[in-house]
Design a protein around this ligand. Sequence first.
Ligand code: ADP
Ligand code: MG
Length: 263
Amino acid sequence: MIELTRVREGLEFLGLNEMAAVLDSRLEAAAQKDKTYLEFLTDLVDSELAVRRERYLKTRTRLAHLPFHKTLEQFDFSFQPSIDDRQIRELSTLRFAYDASNVIFLGPPGVGKTHLAVALGVEAIRQGLGVYFITAHDLVNDLRRAWAENRLERRMRVYLAPRVLIIDEMGYLPMDDAGATIFFQLVSARYERGSIVLTSNKSFGDWGTIFGDAIIATAILDRLLHHSTTVNIRGESYRLREKKRAGLFNPSKTIQEVPPAAN
Ligand code: ADP
Ligand code: MG
């Protein structure tokens, strides 16, 4: 059919490739199921929108540099009773991101801090917000390099642009003076403009030792905490539990896995 080819080519010319691709099958379905013009058109437009949304989410997810893909649905709240799941549900509405307020997950290793931070990131991406994930260590190193090369201001934009900046593992490694100053600059620049979701194994009282300076630690915390929600996780490591379980339920397997001695 000449008209069909013309329509298909027209859609392709307009960049509506998915509509062009499904045109035949949707026309057939419309004829078979006695669909109205409007129903047919809705089907066609929806298929293009679905593909676009998928592509958009993929791109945004890639740009966010998340270390893994975990959602709140995958988080077992019963394992971590110190977490108020209502508070996490409230956070998952992303109101904090629209208010440029911060979220801080504190707790020992393995309790799910990164998981929860990533899950909020995934939710933010779904809602169309820009997200960027980086460890505190990499962040400071990257900005220090930019500073040494006289391009700090430009590089800083990478960390100011996203609506949600996830800074993971604050305090695992101490920062020197230059690092602390740069970190302070970043927190000040995002203050009341964009959200920071931060994870740390150090309670706020110990932040002086992260920065090696109580005054700068106070200045950073002052801005970080002014509009913020802190989630304090006290509990067992999920990683360790999985290890323990493996040992408990299948102890013989571990023994069998040890290779026999060579001689
Ligand atoms: P942290 O950042 O606090 O050290 P992670 O968030 O990296 O810990 O969690 C370690 C691993 O255990 C991850 O694979 C994470 O998905 C998983 N995990 C932790 N807590 C839970 C939980 N309550 N339910 C499901 N998975 C969890
Ligand atoms: Mg972590």
